[in-house]
Design a protein around this ligand. Sequence first.
Ligand SMILES: [Ca+2]
Ligand SMILES: [Ca+2]
Length: 169
Amino acid sequence: SMSHCFLQGFSQCEEGWRSYDERCYFFSSDMKSWHDALEDCVSKASNLMSIQDIHERTWVRTQISSSIFWIGLNDVASEGNWEWSDGTDFQPWETNQPDNWQNNEDCVHIRGTEHQDTGKLNDLPCSSTYPFICQKGGNNLRCSCLISLLIVLLIAHNDQSIVLVSYTG
Ligand SMILES: [Ca+2]
Ligand SMILES: [Ca+2]
């Protein structure tokens, strides 16, 4: 809403979400299986995080501590055919991974600082429970804020009376 826009100071992300390069990230400390984590992200109108390039990987490394987090990469549909839940194709694997250990690893997490390969990827059993990172584009919220401001300015310019504007972005 418009009041939300002003209160947030035109931040592109909702409260509780972190901003990086036009996208918004939610770092959940809840421990969930990969599928439950994906469902949780979808319920927040987002997806499990994808990593689109080396810059985004470098940024996320600065955001995670020693914990590891589920992200969207998986070969659930077809063994060895790695896909991000949102269709990205960048895959910065850790050395000797993915290994599909015990023929039972289809879901991917990012390494925290507990491991020498911080920020790299490893496959694990999907049923393991870990914290996770949701991600969504930040453009829509910012755009609706700017539209709200433009409407207010136009009305203020054209109308001398006090106007109550209701805008739902
Ligand atoms: Ca696998
Ligand atoms: Ca593995």
